[in-house]
Design a protein around this ligand. Structure first.
Ligand SMILES: [Mg+2]
Length: 213
């Protein structure tokens, strides 16, 4: 079974560029995978706000699921469903190219019991990079990582609070936002003047190439 990698275990090249990359809605289509999972368990997802549990319903009901039921589904998903996620188009190829000149670290917020499914999914889909299983806002961790190289560093995530946290803790790290789910994208909080916003990897890949050059 894979072991959790801690920040001190992580080897970062002291003068290479560094890419710090989230998983859900960046490399993996989380919403569509989670939607399949909840459907198999008799619930439905209606994406009408930028939220997770508040988009889950019992069929025919207008009130979304209570938090406890939603959270239980989410936790179970990371136990036995998170291997069934579609990869985001173009991400694996773009990172493979970028990894010839930059270090790549996966920084994902997921429960501790997600370790096996998450590492398994990443290696199955061509994302064989070291992974830190994280919780909470990512800024302080990004600062710790970026301090260990003199090269340029980039952070890619779908969630504005993580990008804002990165900007506050480690302003020198360049920030990029992508929300892979086309239903969620128009509902997502963004700040394109502060964090480069991309719809897909066809523009994100070249933007990262330019940022690590
Ligand atoms: Mg994410």
């Amino acid at each position: 079974m894979p072991q959790p990698l801690t920040l001190s275990d992580l080897s970062i090249h002291a003068d290479a560029p560094l890419l710090i990359v989230d998983v859900d809605e960046v490399l993996a289509h989380f919403m569509t995978g989670f939607e399949r999972y909840v459907r198999r368990h008799g619930y439905e997802m209606r994406i009408d706000r930028f939220a997770l549990f508040q988009n889950l319903y019992r069929p025919g009901e207008t009130e979304s699921l209570d938090f406890e039921t939603g959270k239980a589904l989410f936790d179970d998903f990371f136990r036995d469903g998170a291997g069934d996620l579609d990869p985001v188009e173009g991400a694996a190829d773009a990172l493979a190219t970028l990894s010839t000149k930059a270090g790549v670290v996966i920084l994902t917020n997921a429960p501790a019991h997600a370790l096996e499914s998450r590492t398994g999914w990443l290696s199955t889909h061509g994302f064989d990079y070291p992974m830190i299983l994280h919780s909470g806002l990512k800024g302080p961790t990004i600062l710790e990582m970026s301090r260990r190289t003199s090269g340029p560093a980039c952070f890619i995530d779908d969630l504005l609070p993580n990008l804002e946290s990165s900007a506050e803790a480690a302003p020198a790290v360049k920030r990029f936002q992508i929300i892979a789910d086309t239903r969620l994208r128009p509902l997502a909080p963004t700040a394109p003047d502060r964090h480069g916003l991309h719809e897909d990897w066809t523009t994100l890949g070249p933007a990262l190439e330019a940022a690590v050059r």
